[in-house]
Structures are given as structure tokens and as C-alpha cells.
Design a protein around this ligand. Structure first.
Ligand SMILES: Nc1nc2c(ncn2[C@@H]2O[C@H](COP(=O)(O)OP(=O)(O)O)[C@@H](O)[C@H]2O)c(=O)[nH]1
Ligand SMILES: [Mg+2]
Ligand SMILES: [Zn+2]
Length: 289
């Protein structure tokens, strides 16, 4: 009888999936039935595999367990923690993009959302503290000087985390600090990929320790939220939550309605920048831009 084990897809190369299970890594192909059902195994998926060979660590993916969430860029499922990463300076913080990342992470119901301000050796980023720290954990790091990285590492322990943010803010440099052998882990597959196609970076879960994984991501310069409706937006602003029932009308959009209980808190508990961001994104979604 073949043995069945449950594991997590940590990387995929040319139809072959690497699955971490029971402290080892199995190389598996996907059962044809999954292709027929058009279910593509995704990095981060929890899967059941049948083991063909324990000595060679080979098996077949039999089924994919339900996903808690899934991102498209990078394509990865079951994220526990989103680390929205920007630089204190060079490049300067794009607050519109920061708020879009936060909305996306909230919309995906990612349980832990952290704002990481890297390059803290170059500037202080007090503005970020003022606007976001009441709702989100804000960590200040310097990958260059290896500061704040232990605090960040502790926050990510036991989780699958994705570092998201624009390019040039130091995501890859941070990952090198968090996982000193990440270059080796990445090197292993990029060598194999380099043979054929050109080297778009593969999505993979980099292992920090047995149950801690980090996903690097390409830099985003923009982020469209068109997959959601304007009515869902309000629930993606965490600061608004305590006041949503204070409005006169149950269907208050918190724009220009009278006696809006939420608006009474702007500039107090709700930073005005965050409310302005809500209004801007609301109009963008409503107008279908
Ligand atoms: N001053 C400073 N430079 C950094 C820091 N972290 C990364 N860099 C530099 O910023 C540039 C972009 O870093 P990289 O890790 O490739 O950013 P990514 O595009 O977000 O992955 C590189 O030249 C890094 O050496 C930091 O904490 N401080
Ligand atoms: Mg990078
Ligand atoms: Zn209202």
C-alpha cells in the first residue's frame, strides 16, 4: 500500500513540485486528474501526496486542500503574513501604493499585516509611524546595517510570509539577512531554469526554519484593485472598523452623508491621510478605472 502524507508546495520547476513534508522534501508530479479539473498546484498549497519511493523521496500530488487565500503576483497561496516593505528614502515612500498593498492584504484576509520600513539608516520615517502605527505593526529595518532584522525575524517565526513592495526598497537584501543561505536555496533552482528559458525569478518559499517560510516578490510600481467593488473597500481599512455602526444610515458610504459617525473620527483616531485614501480609491473603483 502506498503511503499518503500531507505537505506544502515550496517550489515548482517545469512540472515538478517540491513538497516539504515530515521534515523532508519530496519531488512530485501532479496527478493528471488535477490538470483535467484545471486546478494548478500553487506554491504554498497544502497537498496530499502518495509516496512512490521513500528512499528517493518521490511521489505524486493526489489532491490540493482548500486555500485560505491566494495572491496573483507573486502567485502563492495560504499566506499567513504580508510584510509590506518600503524604504525610508531612495526610493521615497509612495503612500498611495502602500495603501493599495494594505487593501489587497486585508481583502485577501491575510491574518498578519506588517509594514516594514527598510533603509532606516538613511531617514527616520516618522510620518509612517504617525499614520499607520495605531492599526499596524510598523518595523524599521536596515538590511545594510543589519538592524531591526531580528525583530522582523521574530515576527515571522512559524509563518509563511510574503515580502511585497516596490523594487529597490531592499526586499531581497532583507531576505538575505533573514535567511543567510537564501542565495544558495535560490541558486539551486535558478541553475536548473537557466538552461532553457530566461531567468524570470521563480516563486518559491524560502525556508528560514522548519515552519517559517518567506516569499520574495518582484517589485510593483502600481497595483490595480479592480477585482473588488467599492462597497468592499471600507472593510479593508482597519482603522474604520470600530466606527462603522455609528452612522445615521446603515448603508452610509462615509462620503457626504449627514451624521456620518465615521467622519467624526477623522483627524482623531482615523488619520486624515487614510480617509482621503479611502475616498480616492472608492471613486476609482466606482468609476471603474
Ligand atoms: N542604505 C541602504 N541601502 C539598502 C538597504 N537595503 C538594501 N539597500 C540597497 O538598495 C538596493 C536595492 O536592494 P534590493 O534588495 O535589490 O531591493 P529589492 O528590489 O526590493 O529586492 C541595493 O543597492 C541595496 O544594496 C538598507 O537598509 N540601506
Ligand atoms: Mg529583489
Ligand atoms: Zn458613515
Amino acid at each position: 500500500m502506498t503511503e499518503t502524507v500531507t505537505g506544502r508546495i515550496i517550489k515548482g520547476v517545469g512540472g515538478l513540485y517540491y513538497i516539504a513534508a515530515c521534515g523532508c522534501v519530496y519531488k512530485c508530479t501532479a496527478r493528471g486528474i488535477l490538470r483535467k479539473k484545471r486546478i494548478t498546484p500553487t506554491i504554498g498549497d497544502n497537498v496530499e501526496i502518495s509516496v512512490q519511493s521513500q528512499t528517493e523521496k518521490k511521489g505524486t500530488i493526489e489532491s490540493i486542500l482548500p486555500r485560505r487565500n491566494s495572491l496573483l503576483r507573486p502567485r502563492v497561496a495560504n499566506i499567513d503574513c504580508a510584510v509590506i516593505t518600503f524604504a525610508a528614502k531612495s526610493p521615497n515612500i509612495n503612500y498611495d501604493l502602500l495603501d493599495r498593498f494594505l487593501v489587497l492584504a486585508e481583502f485577501q484576509k491575510i491574518e498578519n499585516i506588517i509594514i516594514c520600513i527598510n533603509k532606516s539608516d538613511l531617514a527616520a520615517a516618522e510620518e509612517v509611524e504617525r499614520i499607520y502605527s495605531s492599526a499596524y505593526k510598523v518595523v524599521h529595518t536596515s538590511a545594510a546595517e543589519n538592524r531591526g532584522t531580528e525583530e522582523l525575524k521574530a515576527l515571522l517565526s512559524g509563518k509563511v510570509s510574503v515580502l511585497a513592495g516596490p523594487s529597490g526598497v531592499g526586499k531581497s537584501s532583507l531576505i538575505n539577512r533573514l535567511i543567510p543561505d537564501s542565495a544558495r536555496q535560490t541558486g539551486e533552482i535558478s541553475r536548473k531554469i537557466e538552461r532553457g528559458r530566461h531567468t524570470t525569478r521563480q516563486v518559491e518559499l524560502l525556508e528560514a526554519d522548519e515552519n517559517t517560510y518567506i516569499v520574495d516578490s518582484p517589485g510593483f510600481t502600481s497595483l490595480s484593485l479592480e477585482f473588488m467593488s467599492e462597497d468592499e473597500l471600507v472593510h479593508c481599512f482597519r482603522e474604520f472598523e470600530p466606527y462603522l455602526n455609528d452612522c445615521r444610515f446603515g448603508d452610509c458610504r462615509h462620503l457626504s452623508e449627514p451624521d456620518c459617525g465615521l467622519k467624526a473620527h477623522i483627524g482623531k483616531e482615523i488619520p486624515k491621510e487614510r480617509y482621503e485614501s479611502y475616498v480616492r480609491l472608492y471613486n476609482e473603483l466606482k468609476n471603474g478605472r
